[in-house]
Design a protein around this ligand. Structure first.
Ligand SMILES: [Cu+2]
Length: 313
């Protein structure tokens, strides 16, 4: 018979004492390690001492990272400004909930095995190899998990990739080394980013893409030279811009404001300078902006036309 050793002597210097304390904390109950002796003695003071420290550390962490409750609930995702982005956040949250549920089951089983199935003798415990019900369970449960994740992912991907036939606004986006051009073919309006000029990179935010709130916008993506990628983080979406292969996607905007945009495909020396901004305004402001752009383009075109006419005479 194996000797129980000094674990039961009650000696405070016993090295097993730390293990017993850890056991009490994990279980958070007044379990008794030895019959007749209150094992949880001393647990409450430890918890009372640690709890305020945990709260302070949590508050400090929240404060220094600038996190808000909504940032926590979005699990790190930016605040979406499109209906499609909201669907992506919901999918992201659901995936995390599913992963945490699986994690809790796994962690629970691990803790349960560690606490209640510690090695007590050299006798081999019952083995479950070739146990058909358990093998079937191991196969079916992961399959169900993957199938559920696949269903929701495919459903949301189909929704995000939808291209209804009559969007409210169409924008032709053209990427080139190293800026962007935005054209509004319904209105004959275009916004062209400056061609590469390293001396002005630091102060140039790039061209501005103006969009109306609450309307559907279809983006047609073109590239003049190499592969770029059109990325607006607040859309929670990016799509490649490929030469000779137009790409498309559509969003419905839900919030006004100015948001960053950038190229997310390494496209050359000044790839990092392919910046732009997205300004979402009310539909009335959007129409005003369109009218102003049209007037500015007409005014800019008149001298050129006069010069051409004068040169022909
Ligand atoms: Cu690029």
């Amino acid at each position: 018979m194996r000797a129980r050793g000094p674990a039961n002597t009650g000696d405070p210097a016993n090295p097993l004492r730390a293990r017993r304390v850890l056991f009490r904390i994990v279980s958070l109950t007044h379990l008794r390690l030895r019959r007749g002796r209150p094992a949880a003695r001393g647990l409450r003071p430890v918890l009372l001492r640690l709890a305020p420290r945990a709260v302070v550390v949590g508050l400090l962490f929240t404060g220094v990272t600038g996190c808000r409750s909504s940032a926590w609930t979005r699990l790190g995702m930016p605040r979406p400004i499109t209906e499609q982005g909201k669907a992506m956040v919901t999918l992201w949250q659901g995936s995390w909930v599913a992963a945490l549920a699986v994690g809790l089951v796994v962690w629970g089983l691990i803790v349960w095995a560690v606490i209640f199935h510690r090695k007590r003798s050299d006798e081999l415990p019952p083995q479950v190899r070739y146990n058909l019900p358990i093998e079937v369970l191991y196969t079916i449960v992961p399959f169900i998990m993957v199938a559920v994740l696949f269903y929701f992912t495919a459903r949301d991907e189909n929704y995000i990739n939808e291209l209804p036939p009559r969007p409210d606004v169409i924008v032709h986006v053209t990427g080139f080394q190293w800026s962007w051009q935005f054209q509004y073919p319904q209105y004959g309006v275009r916004v062209i980013g400056h061609p590469v000029d390293p001396s002005h990179f630091a102060s140039y935010p790039g061209p501005q893409l103006v969009l109306p709130k609450g309307e559907t916008i279809r983006f047609d993506l073109y590239a003049l030279d190499v592969v770029h990628a059109f990325w607006v983080p607040a859309f929670l979406f990016k799509r490649d811009v490929i030469p000779n292969r137009p790409n498309h996607f559509q969003v419905t905007t839900t919030a006004t404001g100015t948001f960053d945009g950038r190229c997310s495909e390494l496209c050359g020396l000044y790839h990092s300078e392919m910046l732009f901004t997205v300004k979402v305004v009310s539909p009335a402001q959007f129409q005003q902006w369109i009218a102003a752009r049209q007037a500015a383009q007409r005014a800019a075109a008149q001298p050129a036309a006069q010069n051409a006419a004068g040169g022909a005479q």
